[in-house]
Design a protein around this ligand. Structure first.
Ligand code: GLU
Length: 473
């Protein structure tokens, strides 16, 4: 009988939720959801020096923001150290592990010698079959796995295919350190086993660990989970992903104004494909996702593609949802608090009204917020340099005349203001653009904006007339 699928995401809380970690979590989540299984979360906090509560919070927060949920309680690896020790003792009792009394100096000498002789195996097996009565005084032993000396250790990986290691090249790995703390290798195996994990989906930087871990599974006669090691994300030029090229925390993407749905969609396509489909709803991702369809070569991070996907998701979003997302974004950006103080129902209504025009031209929420700046702006408006250049004595005078022409418009809508402006331009013998540009500058402080009649309607009569008066000559 096949067991129900159990996947896990097992981040080390030594930093934020990295974009690569976000993708690993997503793949685990999709696989579990597709098979009606569960995804567990395990915080691998055994490195006490480098693990922080702040990082744990950032990881949990990042996952929630991405829309990735997990089943059951979060498991903390450090809290399970006694159980890890128990398994090491069990292996020791079964003769499948042994105490190694080699000192740090001896180990260094062994390593140097092995390297000089070009051997992959660094530990010479000194204590493997030696009688513990020969143990030196005062050395706290480590516990090492009595790994097979011949043959090979094989992983049938869902992504990498069959990968084999010659056992003669693999060291007897340390399970428990001299101070009694379990090693990472032991902890992962014991936890995955105890948590009932059936599928391990993680970065291919862990592939070599899979071989070491398999040796522990074999020694315990535990069933090895299905393994899927996914290629890491590289920069656009194929080199290691740098900060500039996207090696950032998920929180940075939030602060740059990416929508979680867009980032999910982008991440799922990083290394996985389904025909030539680019856009996936969450349900479509769940239905289509599969491990063998993950490519073996490194995925390349492409900001332009992420932006364009984000633009797509922004255009597809409901106007009022975007307003909520904008308000949420304010918590994560430097200019946020000042704008948040202005957020009231009137601003929300104006943003919603302007949204059809705003969302057409923004690739990120940050850009959208910037383009919506005219809604928040305080009078008299600060003009950007290009806008400043539009204002000459002539255009200022034009603004004054236009203001007078608009004064009597009632009701004040995009259509009525447009009609009044057209009539004004015609009377003045000017092209509409020659009137619209100074108007835009006076109302928004910029030379680009959403459609000028929408701007007029959104700002309302009083605000428009006041802004025009501010710039009129
Ligand atoms: N804690 C490891 C990491 O953050 C992952 C371990 C695993 O997935 O087995 O890279």
């Amino acid at each position: 009988m096949t067991r129900p699928v159990v996947t896990r995401f097992a981040p080390s809380p030594t930093g934020f939720l990295h974009i690569g970690g976000g993708r690993t979590a997503l793949f685990n989540w999709l696989y579990a959801r597709k098979h009606g299984g569960t995804m567990l979360l395990r915080i691998e906090d055994t490195d006490r020096q480098r693990s922080t509560q702040e990082a744990i919070d950032a990881i949990l927060d990042g996952l929630k923001w991405l829309g990735i949920d997990w089943d059951g309680d979060t498991v903390y690896q450090f809290a399970r150290a006694a159980r890890h020790r128990e398994v090491a003792e069990q292996l020791l009792a079964a003769g499948k592990a042994y105490r190694c009394y080699a000192t740090a100096e001896e180990l260094t000498a062994m390593r140097d010698k092995a390297r000089a002789e070009g051997r992959a195996k660094l530990y010479d097996g000194t204590w493997r079959d030696r009688d513990p009565v020969e143990a030196p005084e005062g050395v706290k032993p480590t516990i090492r796995l009595k790994a097979p000396l011949t043959g090979e250790t094989v992983i049938e990986d869902q992504v990498q295919g069959r990968v084999a290691w010659q056992n003669e090249n693999l060291d007897d790995l340390v399970l428990l350190r001299g101070d009694g703390t379990p090693t990472y290798m032991l902890a992962v195996v014991v936890d995955d086993h105890d948590m009932g994990v059936t599928h391990v989906i993680r970065g291919d930087d862990h592939l070599i660990n899979a071989a070491r871990q398999k040796q522990i599974y074999d020694a315990m006669e535990w069933e090895l989970p299905v393994m899927a090691h996914i290629p890491l994300i590289h920069g656009p030029d194929g080199s290691k992903l740098s900060k500039r090229h996207g090696a950032l925390g998920v929180d940075a993407y939030r602060a740059m104004g990416y929508l979680p749905a867009a980032l999910r969609n982008y991440l799922v396509r990083l290394g996985w494909s389904h025909g030539d489909q680019e856009i996936f709803t969450t349900q479509e991702m769940i239905d289509a996702f599969d491990l063998p369809a993950i490519g073996r070569s490194a995925a390349r991070f492409d900001f332009a593609k992420l932006e364009s996907l984000n633009g797509h998701y922004i255009r597809q979003s409901e106007d009022h949802c975007l307003v909520t997302q904008l308000e949420d974004l304010l918590k994560y950006i430097p200019q946020g608090p000042a704008l948040a103080a202005k957020f009231d129902d009137s601003i929300r209504a104006k943003l919603t009204q302007a949204m059809p025009g705003l969302k057409e031209r923004a690739k990120t929420l940050l850009e959208l917020l910037d383009n919506a700046g005219f809604i928040f702006a305080d009078r008299p408006l600060a003009l950007d340099p290009k806008a400043q250049a539009v204002l000459t004595p002539e255009t200022r005078q034009l603004i004054g005349r236009l203001r007078a022409a608009l004064e009597d418009v009632s009701p004040w809508t995009a259509a009525t203001t447009e009609a009044a402006m057209r009539a004004f331009a015609e009377q003045a013998g000017l092209k509409l653009g020659a009137v619209a540009q100074p108007l835009r500058v006076a109302l928004t402080g910029r030379t680009t904006s959403p459609g000028i009649f929408d701007v007029l309607a959104v700002l309302g009569r009083d605000e428009c007339l006041s802004r025009l008066a501010d710039q009129a000559g």
